[in-house]
Design a protein around this ligand. Structure first.
Ligand code: GAL
Length: 415
């Protein structure tokens, strides 16, 4: 009982002299988990919080990838009324820490031994200076292709292992009157597709240079031109109504046999599973072509708030998030794998097991890479600059050479 929770509770009790004065742990939780699979997953945390005496005030802000949620967060913090707990990840955690608004949850982290339960790469994202400032729930993999199993079988198509194979499969499907690629034309989805293409065409070292280090020679290289060429080719495989479509509706197209493939992180698997679909039977998963693994770790950061009840809520939430059973049940619903290294994966599906095996192999070979599209690699202005170019190219007739020139300029201006 070394947490702020215990301290806050005992302080409240001794100062106020009555148990009734301490209303128990409270948390207002800002997140963007509103699709079927996402809602089912976050419900696990809500339930555990309630079972442990907590009162959860839900603040869902719809919008895949979290752009709308982050806008809502800024407004709340600027008005001096931050939510107690916020779905926040990657360098954005550090950005908020630098603004001096994050709470220190080191008490929970130390008491629960997080240092020994997390891979160093994940722990690194959760620390700010000498303190722990966020709690990780999972590891999502971004570079996945999902497919409708019967469409592939009926058309004699295997899961593609190169982008050329993907293109050949797509041409065949298109000729048969099937939409090859279910895509939602929202900037973050374009970025998701783009980063898997950059990884597949350039390889892990190129991805690191271009989209993590922002090395100018990589950004303006012929390899980057080739990545935009492939984006143009993919643009030809989406249906006419793709613009603005939510990612989970694109997943539903694959599920319902309206489209063959979707390129999306494994939160898409959460949708298939929530609909009762079985991997290997109804749908197939494979990593997008090429080597490497793009990781996206969801986490919650606590904001500095007043009130012992709120502080107790933050500590309870942080403790539950890293709980062993929570990490198992939540991630089986969410499509991801646990952040904790000591959770057995026997009960997880085959795609999750592939994810864990590939993550370990990528970690060993140096090809475990942070997703730029999901806020794990870059600060907001830099990733935003790249995504603007990717979207502008995807939604116009812009040439690959022009896109590359625009990319180099946009990245230079964002520094
Ligand atoms: C990602 C997030 C996932 C999932 C997805 C779609 O950025 O990490 O948990 O929610 O957006 O909303």
């Amino acid at each position: 009982m070394t947490f702020r929770f215990a301290l806050a509770a005992s302080t409240a009790l001794s100062v106020l002299g009555s148990a009734a004065a301490f209303a128990g742990p409270q948390a207002e939780v800002l997140h963007w988990w509103t699709s079927g699979g996402e809602a089912k997953s976050v419900a696990v945390l809500q339930q555990e919080f309630a079972e442990n005496g907590g009162t959860w005030t839900d603040m869902p802000v719809a919008g895949g990838g979290g752009d709308a949620a982050m806008t809502a967060l800024r407004a709340r913090v600027l008005s001096g009324n931050a939510p107690t707990a916020v779905q926040l990840k990657g360098p954005a955690i550090q950005e908020w820490y630098d603004e001096g608004v994050l709470a220190d949850i080191s008490g929970v982290a130390k008491a629960e031994g997080w240092e020994n339960l997390l891979p160093a790469s994940i722990a690194g994202h959760m620390k700010c200076g000498d303190t722990w400032c966020a709690a990780p729930v999972n590891v999502h993999r971004v570079d996945w292709i999902w497919a409708n199993a019967s469409i592939l079988a009926q058309n004699g198509i295997e899961m593609p292992t190169t982008w050329d194979e993907f293109n050949a499969a797509a041409e065949k499907l298109q000729a048969a009157g099937i939409i090859p690629l279910a895509h939602g034309g929202q900037a973050w989805q374009d970025a998701t597709l783009f980063e898997t293409v950059v990884l597949g065409i350039g390889g892990p070292a190129f991805f690191q240079k271009a989209l993590v280090d922002l090395d100018e020679s990589a950004l303006k290289s012929d390899t980057m031109v080739a990545a935009f060429d492939q984006m143009r080719t993919l643009r030809g495989y989406v249906d006419a109504n793709f613009s603005g479509r939510d990612w989970n509706l694109a997943t539903a197209m694959v599920m319902n046999g309206e489209a063959a493939f979707q390129v999306m992180g494994d939160w898409a698997k959460g949708e298939f599973l929530a609909a009762g679909k079985v991997p290997g039977q109804d749908f197939l998963c494979a990593s997008t072509p090429g080597e490497g693994y793009l990781y996206n770790v969801d986490s919650f950061a606590m904001f500095k708030v007043a009130g012992d009840d709120n502080v107790a809520g933050q500590d309870l939430l942080a403790k539950l998030i890293m709980g062993k059973n929570f990490q198992k049940v939540f991630n089986m619903n969410k499509g991801s794998i646990p952040a904790r290294t000591d959770v057995a994966l026997d009960a997880f599906d085959s795609c999750a097991q592939l994810s864990a095996a590939d993550m370990a192999a990528s970690s060993a070979s140096g090809s475990l890479l942070p997703s730029y599209a999901h806020g794990m690699a870059l600060y907001g202005p830099q990733s935003g600059a790249i995504t603007d170019v990717v979207t502008a190219h995807f939604n116009s007739e812009m040439s690959s050479a022009d896109a590359v020139a625009m990319l180099v300029a946009a990245v230079a201006n964002s520094r």
